[in-house]
Each structure stands twice: as C-alpha cells, then as structure tokens.
Ligand binder design. Structure first.
Ligand code: TXA
Ligand code: MG
Length: 408
C-alpha cells in the first residue's frame, strides 16, 4: 500500500528515522519518539507482540488503553474501513469518520487532540491497544518527525507517554532516558516538546460530547466548533476525584508524581502572597534539607516566600536545560535555606520559575518537577495560580494529580 510522500528537512535526520522505522517494523521493543505534546513510546499498533512490549517497558496496567497515532487521514480511514470492503472503496461519500469530528479534525489536526472512534470488528488494531474497549483513541501529531516516522513504518503507532508509569511525562529525550534506560533500545531525540502537556482526549460519540482529559487543546477552542458548543467535562480532579468511575481509564491512576512530596498552593491571591508557611516545611533536624519551589505568577524570588527568610544571596546554578521554544529559559536557582530563627542554613532551596502565562507553564511544568526531583528535593512547593483559561485547565489537572497535598 502506498502511504504517500514524506519529507524531512535535514538529510542527516533520515538515517535515524529510517533505523527507528525498520526497528519498529521488525522488533517487539518500543521506540521513544518526540511529539509536540510529550515523548511517546511507540509500537506498531497492528502487531500484538509489539504493543505488549509497550506495557512491559512502561510497567503500565494493561486495562489502560493506548492512543493510536496516524500520519494522515488515509491511514485513519484504513483503520476504520470494514474488512469486507476492498481497499480504495472509500470515496469520500462514506469515509467512516463520524461527522461530529470533522470540524475538530479540520481545525486541530495535526495537533494535540485525541478523538475516540468505534473500533470495527474485526479490528486492524491489536486488541492490546484498546484494552478491551469498543472504541479506540486516535490522533495525528503535529510533530513532522513523528508523522515522518509513522509514514516510514507504514502502520499506525500505538504510543503512551514515554515515562515510567506514575512519573511525570517526558518532554525531553533525557527524561525518557532517566525512566527507561535499559528497557528500550532507541530514543529519537527531537529536542524539547513544544506543548509540554499531553493531548486533550474527547469523546464525540455521546451526546453531548465530552472532554475525557484536558490537554493541549482548550475547552474554549473546542466550543468554537460546530456540534461542540455544549461540550462537557467528564474528568474529575481535586475535590471531585474518586466520586465516579473515570471514563478514560487512564485518569484513575496515580500520575505525574516525582519522588519528592509535592505540595500545591491553590491559595487565593492574598494568601498566596504570604507564601509557604513554617508548618509546611517539616524540616529535618540537620543541614540536609532540600526544598524545591516551582514559581509561576506571584511568588517572587527574594520575596516573602519562605518564613520571611527567602534570602537574596542566591548563586545561579548552571541552567537546567534550555527552553527557548517558548521564549523562556528554565533555570534552577540555588540559595541557602534558613529556618525561622537566625543562624546557620539548614539546607538548600532550589527554585525554578516556569513563566506566567499558561503556555509557558505547561511547557516547563514536567521538566521543572523532574529537575527538582533529580536534584534530590525532599519536598516541592508549587505555586498553583494558573487560570483555567486556555490550557491552564490541563496544567492544574496535572498538578492536582502530582500533589500529595493541596493548600487552598
Ligand atoms: O499527548 C498525548 O496524548 C501523548 C502523546 C505520546 O501522544 N500520549 C498519551 O498517552 O498521553 P497515554 O497513554 O499516556 O494517555 C492516554 C489517555 C489515557 O487517559 C487513556 O485512558 C485514554 O487516553 N484513552 C485511550 N484510549 C481510550 C479509549 N478508547 N476510551 C477512553 N479513553 C481512552
Ligand atoms: Mg501518560
């Protein structure tokens, strides 16, 4: 079957892509690859042995279905086409893509949106992809590298985020290496991911349509599309959690958690200005305390953040990594940490600012959590003042899942 033209701008990129594609076609160990949201852990979605390889590499529960990634609409139509119908019989008048999704596909693909579609019987996808459900989730990633890889493989790729289960999703190739070294053979490095949180998952097969997971496409953007004006949110987080069985199976698992305890401050603005209070610190009795801080809007370095003792004598530690794609550079500031009384420092404070608007916050969030974890933080305090507008809902959803405690 001809799967169309593909192009990569730099010829030296062709070799690793070709190598990864050959590997995906023939081996049963998944390959990590970049998408615009987060790194994915891909396998040929049509081969059971390959898809099983994803679950074992990640340590992922097998009742949690995987997202299928296609390079183009032809590839999607091929999956949707009943086995009885000959190739090529799809002619645009009946292409099996439900009408409700057409405005979304038009507007957001390629991009960070996953839609649920009925899985035909017999299915072209390995049953392990859908974990026994009658639907499958599919998206066309915006990353040209991802689409080129899929085209080269010539089959859709099933891919969850390429983190170890429960860890924050990886937004750089190094994050993947930290989690999966020794478990996989290949990582395609495409630099830091542009969006930084996963795709929005929607179900348009029910009425009204619902958002199963907030992500890189906001609910406001969805509402502008015909048929989606009344889209409802079917995910739970924070206080709503645990009341009903989640409809996206993945939403029930512990997620996005670094090793350190995460304390999320969702305080109102005046309370936030007070910063972290003394009793939250639970400091050890020696000098080995490592406290991480993720700042967004109001917490200022040198401000009244930590028991009034957020001292100014900061020495700038080497940049964690460069995040120039959205115009901010993520840096870790390291300062001495003081208790409430004067005296010698009782450890260190690691402080990362991830920007004020929700796009930069989304972009830097997982990286910041991982970086503070890597540097041994016992506890990470996160300033959770992100408006629910745009992809702020996705950011807050991930933060609430990562937090062991929420202060409001
Ligand atoms: O941005 C993304 O979506 C990334 C990149 C790699 O594409 N992928 C990703 O996959 O986040 P994963 O496996 O970590 O999350 C998939 C989510 C889970 O919450 C899962 O339960 C839901 O999508 N999902 C997949 N298929 C589904 C289905 N048929 N019905 C309901 N939920 C489904
Ligand atoms: Mg995931």
């Amino acid at each position: 079957e001809k799967i169309g033209e593909w192009e990569v701008s730099q010829s030296q990129s062709v070799k690793p892509l070709q190598k990864a594609a050959d590997y995906l076609r023939t081996k049963d160990i998944p390959v990590a690859f970049p998408t615009e949201t987060v790194y994915g852990l891909g396998a040929d979605a049509t081969r059971t042995a390959a898809v099983k390889g994803i679950y074992s590499a990640k340590g992922r529960p097998s009742d949690n279905p995987l997202i299928t990634h296609v390079a183009d609409l032809d590839m999607l139509r091929h999956i949707l086409q009943p086995a009885t119908e000959k190739n090529g019989a799809t002619n645009g008048t009946h292409d099996y893509i439900p009408d409700i999704y057409k405005p979304l596909i038009e507007r957001f693909w390629p991009g960070p949106l996953t839609i649920l579609l009925p899985n035909p019987t017999p299915s072209k996808l390995a049953p392990e992809v859908t974990a026994g459900l009658k639907t499958f989730g599919v998206r066309m990633p915006a990353s040209p590298l991802a689409r080129s890889l899929i085209k080269l493989v010539g089959a859709p790729l099933a891919a969850p985020s390429a983190n170890a289960s429960t860890k924050p999703s990886p937004t750089t190739a190094n994050h993947v290496l930290e989690d999966l070294e020794g478990r996989i053979d290949l990582i395609l490095d495409g630099g830091p991911c542009l969006v930084g949180v996963e795709s929005t998952v929607v179900d348009g097969l029910c009425d009204p349509p619902v958002v199963l997971r907030p992500g890189g496409v906001s609910i406001d953007e969805l509402r502008k599309c015909p048929g989606w004006e009344t889209v409802e949110k079917a995910y739970k987080d924070h206080s709503e959690a645990g009341k009903a069985a989640p409809r996206a199976p993945g939403m029930k698992y512990k997620h996005y958690s670094p090793k350190a305890q995460v304390v999320l401050y969702e305080a109102t603005r005046p309370n936030l200005h007070k910063g972290i209070d003394q009793q939250d610190l639970e400091l050890k009795d020696n000098e080995s305390n490592i406290v991480g801080v993720v700042r967004t809007r109001y917490w200022q370095p040198g401000g009244n953040l930590l028991c009034g003792e957020f001292k100014e004598q900061e020495s700038l530690v080497a940049p964690a990594e460069s995040y120039n794609q959205v115009g901010i550079e993520l840096q870790v500031r390291e300062t001495d940490l003081y208790g409430s009384r004067d005296g010698a420092p009782i450890g260190k404070l690691l402080d990362i600012s991830i920007g004020k608007d929700c796009r930069s916050i989304a972009h830097g969030l997982f990286s910041a959590l991982r970086e503070l974890d890597r540097r041994g933080s016992d506890v990470i305090f996160v300033e959770g003042t992100v408006d629910d507008e745009d992809i702020g809902a996705a950011v807050m959803n991930r933060l609430r899942k990562a937090a062991s405690r929420i202060k409001s």
